[in-house]
Design a protein around this ligand. Sequence first.
Ligand SMILES: Nc1ncnc2c1ncn2[C@@H]1O[C@H](COP(=O)(O)OP(=O)(O)OP(=O)(O)O)[C@@H](O)[C@H]1O
Ligand SMILES: [Mg+2]
Length: 265
Amino acid sequence: MPDLISPRPAKIIAVANQKGGVGKTTTAINLSAALAEIGRRVLLVDLDPQGNASTGLGIGPEQREVTTYDFILGDAKAKEAIHETDVENLFIIPATTDLSSADIELISNEKRSFLLYDALRDPALAQLEFDYILIDCPPSLSILTVNALVSAHSVVVPLQSEFFALEGLSQLMLTIREVREAANPNLRIEGIALTMHDRRNKLSHQVEADARNTLGELVFKTLIPRNVRVSEAPSFAMPVLDYDSGSTGSAAYRALAQEITARER
Ligand SMILES: Nc1ncnc2c1ncn2[C@@H]1O[C@H](COP(=O)(O)OP(=O)(O)OP(=O)(O)O)[C@@H](O)[C@H]1O
Ligand SMILES: [Mg+2]
């Protein structure tokens, strides 16, 4: 029987694609911000040693004393690791390059694939009552991305609207299948988000048609347009929704958030 008193656990969404530069971090930041804007409490976990999500939300390196690395190793409590951002309802656990040593250091750790899972199920984190936890993955299928897939309820896959977009997808799908078989049978694909779509470019339309033909309902209806305001926003340490609320990029990320919240029970 459902417990009516305790809050509903956060929905955990990994933003993953091993291909570099496809819009993972941009999607993690702006989808988080769009969910926060409609009143959801959101935690963004920066799981990329590059720390782009942290920088993009204004958490400078000097503020990153406690990071995702400490959090997944259990060396820091959720409360110590979580930072407020300038966006209401949006919080972040920042990353630094120390995460890049995780791959090697974790090899000897028996629980290496479950560290983030365990960290995110800490009762102290549940008390903070997040509605969504988004995980910005690095561009690899490393132990870090595996940790994200093991701990998540679903995956958002950003796919850049360019020629080879679909090629790397089979490798990611294989990894998702392996994670389902070994550790997380209920892992769902939340959706594939076509990013940097240029409606004046025939190729963008071709990629969209190919993606919808092969992947059907898995592809979000929302297209994320290529929009210079989206790419400028991180250098002002803001989501595009705050940097230029009326931009086409902001509208797209709001629509993406609506697609996802429409599935809330
Ligand atoms: N919708 C968009 N319009 C314009 N530029 C975009 C858009 N989405 C992403 N970009 C730009 O594309 C580049 C790559 O985006 P992003 O950093 O989000 O990708 P990533 O997949 O996280 O990269 P990495 O694999 O290195 O982590 C960035 O310079 C970003 O500003
Ligand atoms: Mg990134």
